[in-house]
Design a protein around this ligand. Sequence first.
Ligand code: PLP
Length: 380
Amino acid sequence: MIYLDNNSTTQIDKDVLDEMMPYLNEMYGNSASRTHKFGWEANDAVKLSRERVSSLINAKPDEIIFTSGSTEGINFLIKGVYDQYSDKGNHIITVKTEHKAILDVCSYLENKGAEITYLNVNEDGLIDLEELKKAITAKTVLISVMYANNETGVVQEIKEIGNIARKNDVFFMTDATQAVGKIPVDVVEDNIDLLTLSAHKLHGPKGVGAVYIKRQFPKIKVTPLLHGGGHEKGYRSGTINVPGIVGLGKASEIAKKNHPKYENVLKLRNQLEEELCKIKGVALNGDKDNRLPNTTNISIDGVDAEALIIKIRNEFAIASGSACTSAEVLPSHVIMAMYSDEEKAYSSIRISLGKNITEEDLTHFKSYILNKINKIRVII
Ligand code: PLP
């Protein structure tokens, strides 16, 4: 089978696994143990990982807090900032196309009295910076805009958004889960105050991630997520996941060197996209240029995405934008925010390439999917 669903999760790199293994058996120390070698070696490994993760996003090691992944990071940062700055205000600005983790936290806070502005996006999936500026009020405590969208790969104008936030004395957070590892992310250059990332999106293990909290100018107060022994600077108590953190550190080190590899991915993605868009009724969803190099989201007129996926799923792993709840299949909120078109949403698929994808794989995919589209398409 060929895996084309790398925005969902990625295969762990062999070098990452190799570096983690000793910490799962012989080097099993608790990094908080100060009295013996087992603890010291675990602590050294965590320190190295903190350096590697910080270096990937141009942060300082003491600005990195390890978490269990981005859902946790998002909950921690949004709720933690909202809680600390209640004196200033109760207003948060975010975007309609954010990941559910952001939207659900915002809706939770709305129930507790927060005011949330959900910015629109245009048909390219981009927010309007003027709309953002107008949305800021004296009560705005946080602007949270994702770096790159998980469904379309659309990359927002992060640096400009960071500038706007800074000029208005509002903290800027970005969910960089999809961007980190695929494109260069620089928290200093982009004026980012708070960021979340997750190891399993960059060929690391699942269940581990990190947040970045800017430490100076301004220093940001965030309410701790877990109270207890004071681990992770008191933000997140509890014995830390040493093997997972080692894996995240190694994946970050590899990702930093690997950005050029994505130039090849971009080339192959563009070739694939060009071919697919030649098919009658196929259209690209999202900005053509401001996009992750590995992601293609297309809608195929007259084709039900779920039906197409069922037809190809023994050979290829791809995703549709729809969200399956227990009761029904809902259209993608991302495609809906861009086009307000249910039919388009139900006929959209996401192809997200991995860094080791080959031209042969994609040639096979192209002819296979074309054949299936022709078979199931209702006449258009
Ligand atoms: N944010 C984005 C943009 C994502 O794509 C994901 C995962 O799909 C998450 C957040 C949640 O990350 P995690 O799986 O680490 O909780």
